[in-house]
Design a protein around this ligand. Sequence first.
Ligand SMILES: Cc1cc2nc3c(=O)[nH]c(=O)nc-3n(C[C@H](O)[C@H](O)[C@H](O)COP(=O)(O)OP(=O)(O)OC[C@H]3O[C@@H](n4cnc5c(N)ncnc54)[C@H](O)[C@@H]3O)c2cc1C
Length: 309
Amino acid sequence: MNENKVIHPVLIVGAGPAGMTAAIYLARANVKFKIVDKYAPGGKMNITQLIENYPGVTNMTGPDLAFKMFEQVRELGVEIDYADVQKIRKDEDHFVVTSDEGEIFAKAVIIATGTQERKLRIPGEAKYTGRGVSYCAVCDGNLYKNDAIVIIGGGNSAIEEAVFVAKIVKEIHIVHRNENFRADDSLIEELRNSPNVKFHLNAIPTEIFGDQNGVTSIGIKNIVDGSEETLNVKAVFPFVGSDAVTDFLSEFDVRDEKGFVLVDHEMMTNVPGLFSIGDVNKKVLRQIVTATNDGAIAALAANRYIKKK
Ligand SMILES: Cc1cc2nc3c(=O)[nH]c(=O)nc-3n(C[C@H](O)[C@H](O)[C@H](O)COP(=O)(O)OP(=O)(O)OC[C@H]3O[C@@H](n4cnc5c(N)ncnc54)[C@H](O)[C@@H]3O)c2cc1C
C-alpha cells in the first residue's frame, strides 16, 4: 500500500440535495469527509423552475434553493470539489474511487448521483429546457394553468403526471408512440374521463418550436400513416424514462435490474461501508424532501460505521 495516500473517513459522490444534506449532518457531527460533484452543486434543483412543495419553501426557484443549501454547506467549512467519478472498487478495508481528477480513497462512500432523464433527442429540446421543456410535470405544471401543454410517453410516470396535471392546466395533449399504454388501466381510465385531454397515439414528436419567451408549439408525426401535425403548446413534458447514474458501480452487485441502488433502512448497500441516497436509489417517490431524508440517515449511519471500524 502507498504509505502517502490519504484515506478519507467518508466520501460523498454528488452534491444535489441528498449529498449536501449528508454533508451538513457529517460536518455538524465533526466527521472529516470529502464531497465531489461533476457539475455545480444543487443537482436537479438547478433545472427546476419553481419549488413550492419543500417544507418551509413556498415559492423559490430551484437554483435559489440550491444556492441556499450550498451556502449552508460552505458556512460549515465544507469545500465541494469537482470530480467526475468513473469507477469504485474496494481494496482491503477501504474504497478506491477513480475520477477524472485522480484516485480518491475513503473508508465509507455515500453515492448521491441521482438520475438522468432519457432525452427525446429532437431539435429544440435542449434549447428550450427550463423555458417550457421540463422533465417534471408535478413540479412545473402549475406554471401553465391557462395554457395547453403536451406530455410525451405512455408509461406509468407519464400517465401519473398527466392525471395530476390535467386538473391544473387548460388543455393537455398526450403523445404516445404506441396504440396501447403501458400504464395502469385505472390511470388511463381516469385520464380518458378528463374533458381537457386529447390523445395522439402512434405518434412521435419531431421538433419543438419557440420564441424568446419559451416554447410555442411542437411538431408530431403519426408513425402509421405518416401524417404530421403541429400542436400549439406552452410546455413539453417528456417522460420517456430516466436512468439511475450508477455505471461506476459495476464492480458491485448492489443494483436492481433497472440500475437503481438497493439499500437497507440505514441507506447501506449489501457492501459494508457503501451507502446510497436520493433519486439514485430504488424508491417510490423521487423528490427533494425524500433525497434530504436519505442524506441525513446515511450521514449518521456512515459515522457509526467508521467509528465501529
Ligand atoms: C424539472 C424538475 C423539477 C423538479 N421539481 C421538484 C420540485 O418542485 N420539488 C421536489 O421536491 N422535487 C422536484 N424535482 C425532483 C428533485 O429535483 C430530485 O428528486 C432531487 O434533486 C434528487 O436529489 P439527489 O441529490 O438525489 O440527485 P440530483 O439532484 O440529481 O443530484 C445528483 C448530483 O450528482 C452529480 N453527479 C452525477 N454523476 C456524478 C459522477 N459520476 N461524479 C460526480 N458527481 C456526479 C450530479 O452532477 C448532481 O449534482 C424536480 C426534478 C426535475 C427534473
